[in-house]
Design a protein around this ligand. Structure first.
Ligand SMILES: [Zn+2]
Length: 460
């Protein structure tokens, strides 16, 4: 990937902002972060008809839907209607494998192995988890006739014996319908209280905070009269609401300054948010590589070294955190060095384009599999806090260099992330015309009832 950085305003209090915000919601954060990756991935496996336009247009729509139809009708034609008595439902017990289950049902070990070898989806039956549910049906010869397994909320794996007596596997995607919903409100207390009152789930609020978190300090900058509007997706399976999807478009007006964001989904299903003009709302770097940490020593070119007891420049920032705290890559890049290096102990150096490098020292361990040349994404865990090398207590020593020159990571002006390619902006905007019109309409309604601005919670 080519990186194209352009300078942007410094955002000095960023790390403090983010940690206050995140700390106040740590429980929500953990839940939201845990589900987020899975959601982004699942989106690319939904059926064509239910894909958001950004993804759908990236596929050959005709062949995709034709395939889905063939699969559905093939199943309808060939599968006997399941009879309740034929099917056995098995809930996977702790430590139970597919072959354990097959043997308990009088099916052979070799049949279990044969099933797992049918496709990449059946290979997933090799790593069943406690509580997974399998449906099995045997034929009169006591061999496996059919097996069903829900791979995730939209995909079901079907294994069946065909007319030739061979097992075959197919994965069927349920139609997930996406409906747009909206929520809007004014800030009186905090983003979270007022957001919840407006009907936004915690997951959507975390997403909203993340989208605008590079520009707005939700802990310190909010004022009474600030307002927000969110257009988001709700996912329905067979007419029943499954859960909230992602934010499609949103506006936050902070002290009279309006910020707008619209979703973009790339060909790999990754979601990012841009201004309606196609500018990124992200910065190329996170301010801090660790959450829930305290700065124990700042950037200081004339510091007395705590172990060597000599004046020695401290060309980075130390974040005190307990051993094992995850360390995140602050920007997209590649691993330039990973290993042990003198006083740094276990250290990772990342290169981000031609100008920028970041360094993470004193790790207790590296992320398994990470090696020189590995690509990393912003926010991805690269290792864990420790006290290797010259360190008196567990902490992360973090350095930020531009063209080899050390900069203060807490105050350096962070470049913006790449904008959307010009070639896609016009089409992308056109796809969001309806959402943008909704934001305009909400904004007009809100303006008519805007209270005068004053600090939230009475603080200056
Ligand atoms: Zn240090």
């Amino acid at each position: 990937m080519r990186l194209d950085y352009s300078p942007a305003d410094p955002a000095v209090r960023r790390s403090a902002r983010r940690s206050v915000l995140i700390a106040s919601l740590c429980v929500v954060l953990l839940v939201a972060v845990a589900t987020r990756e899975g959601i982004a991935k699942r989106q690319s496996s939904l059926t064509e008809g239910s894909l958001p336009p950004e993804i759908a247009t990236a596929f050959d729509a005709d062949s995709e839907s034709a395939f889905a139809e063939t699969v559905q009708s093939a199943l309808a034609d060939t599968l006997p209607a399941p009879q309740a008595s034929d099917w056995v439902t098995i809930e996977v017990a702790r430590g139970q494998t597919l072959s354990d289950i097959f043997e308990s049902q009088g099916l052979g070990y070799s049949e279990a192995v044969a099933v797992t070898r049918l496709s990449s989806d059946t290979a997933r039956l090799k790593s069943l988890r406690t509580g997974d549910k399998l449906l099995l049906r045997k034929n009169p010869e006591d061999k496996l006739e059919e097996l069903r397994f829900e791979l995730d909320e939209s995909n079901t794996l079907h294994v069946r014996r065909n007319a030739d007596g061979d097992l075959e596997a197919i994965t069927i995607a349920a139609t997930i319908e996406r409906r747009q919903a909206q929520a809007a409100g004014f800030i009186e207390n905090s983003l979270f209280l007022d957001g919840q009152r407006a009907g936004l789930s915690n997951r959507l609020l975390m997403q909203l905070a993340e989208i605008f978190g590079y520009d707005i300090d939700f802990a310190l900058d909010l004022r009474v009269g600030d307002r927000f509007a969110v257009i988001y997706e709700e996912l329905y399976k067979n007419g029943e609401k499954l859960r909230d999807g992602d934010i499609v478009a949103a506006e936050f007006v902070n002290r009279g300054r309006s910020f707008r964001a619209m979703r973009y989904i790339d060909a790999d299903g990754n979601i990012a948010y841009y201004t309606p003009e196609g500018e990124s709302l992200r910065k190329a770097f996170l301010r801090s590589p660790v959450d829930f940490a305290r700065v124990s020593s700042g950037f200081n070119l004339r510091r007395r070294h705590p172990i060597l007891n000599t004046i020695r420049a401290h060309k980075g920032v130390d974040y005190a955190a307990s051993t094992g705290t995850p360390i995140k890559a602050t920007g997209d890049g590649r691993v330039e060095f990973i290993g042990v290096k003198g006083g740094y102990g276990r250290v990772v150096i990342l290169r981000h384009g031609s100008q920028y490098t970041t360094l993470y020292a004193h790790m207790s361990r590296f992320r398994p599999g990470l090696k020189i040349g590995s690509r990393v994404k912003q926010g991805q865990v690269i290792g864990y806090v420790g006290a290797s090398g010259l360190a008196t207590a567990p902490h992360l020593h973090y350095e930020f260099r531009i063209n080899g020159v050390h900069k203060n990571p807490m105050t350096v002006a962070l470049p913006k992330a790449n904008p959307l390619p010009r070639s896609v902006v016009a089409r992308w905007r056109a796809e969001h015309a309806y959402a943008l019109a909704q934001l305009d309409a909400i904004s007009e309604r809100q303006l008519a009832q805007t209270p005068s601005g004053s600090p939230v919670g009475g603080s200056p």
